[in-house]
Ligand binder design. Structure first.
Ligand SMILES: [Zn+2]
Length: 300
């Protein structure tokens, strides 16, 4: 019996090591594609004309009450989503290309460890990429852990470029982890303010961009083995953000795909850095002690 158990445990150990993550266990999905909609605040959701995203809310899991880290600016929040820590720890306290105080944890790249870094440590061959309409986004991603990154210049004059570049990259490289950042809603929010007709008019346009990127994931042949996330960094109060009003600090989070609970509203507390931990869980990545994010309960 003892010998049988030894053999059995050896088989189980080997089986555990055969997963894709490189640190035991099989990945929940082989690909995670995150689509970040800058300045998509929950305040708009009562009247938002976003049929594709609403369809995916029903198909997967979602909350309208993910909270931003403070200040409710882009830099601290995109950074927290990738590095799993609050701004006090990362030092990304404003939209600056560098930390304003010394980060509490630093990798060999002199950067706070992002989920790209954790993935590359576990699986150096895993394809990672970022396509963004905001150049500073790249400062928080740790580009030394990216196989590919592209900034779209003058996105308001070239609004289809983010879709075309993202789809081209996804079809070409089939990334394991990819973050796409779309700036359009933040732009109309700053120009016209929350509640403005122009903001509501932009929502279906952005919804269609998300749909076309997802079509590209299908054309790449990886959709059935992917998890897709659509979320945001902050909302707006009037024409600005950075403060602590509900309009600024509440953003939606939608996740669907392989292994994700369906028709599920996330009721747990959810702070921006929990996004990083949730993504890390898909690949069973060991998260460093410096991380504060906790995965939300969205997997089957
Ligand atoms: Zn922003």
């Amino acid at each position: 019996m003892k010998k049988f158990l030894t053999v059995l445990s050896t088989i189980l150990l080997l089986a555990g090591c055969s997963g894709n993550s490189g640190n035991g266990g099989k990945d929940i999905a082989s690909h995670v594609i995150i689509i970040g909609l800058d300045g998509w605040g929950t305040w708009c959701m009562d009247k938002a004309d976003i049929p594709f995203i609403r369809e995916k809310m029903n198909e997967g899991s979602y909350t309208l009450y993910k909270r931003s880290v403070l200040p409710s600016d882009s830099g601290p929040n995109w950074a927290a989503m990738m590095n799993g820590t609050p701004a006090e720890s990362s030092g990304i306290l404003r939209n600056e290309p560098y930390p304003l105080c010394k980060p509490l944890a630093l990798t060999e790249h002199n950067a706070q460890p992002t989920f790209f870094h954790l993935l590359k440590q576990a699986r150096p061959d895993a394809e990672t990429g970022v396509v963004t309409e905001w150049g500073d986004f790249l400062n928080y991603a740790d580009t030394l852990c990216l196989d590919y990154y592209k900034r779209i210049f003058r996105p308001t004059q070239n609004p289809d470029a983010i879709v075309e570049e993202s789809v081209r990259y996804i079809k070409d490289k089939k990334p394991v982890l990819c973050f796409i950042h779309i700036d359009a809603l933040d732009h109309v929010g700053h120009t016209y303010g929350n509640g403005a007709p122009e903001y509501y008019a932009e929502l279906p346009v952005v919804d269609d961009r998300v749909r076309r990127i997802v079509d590209g994931i299908k054309e790449a042949g990886i959709y059935d083995d992917s998890i897709i996330i659509v979320t945001s960094d902050h909302g707006h109060e009037g024409k600005s953000h950075g403060g602590r009003s509900q309009n600024e600090i509440e953003t939606p989070f939608v996740i669907w795909g392989k292994g994700v609970r369906k028709n599920h509203e996330i009721k747990e507390t959810f702070i921006q850095y929990d996004v990083a931990a949730t993504v890390a869980k898909v690949f069973h990545l060991d998260t460093p002690q410096s991380w504060r994010g906790v995965p939300v309960d969205v997997f089957e």
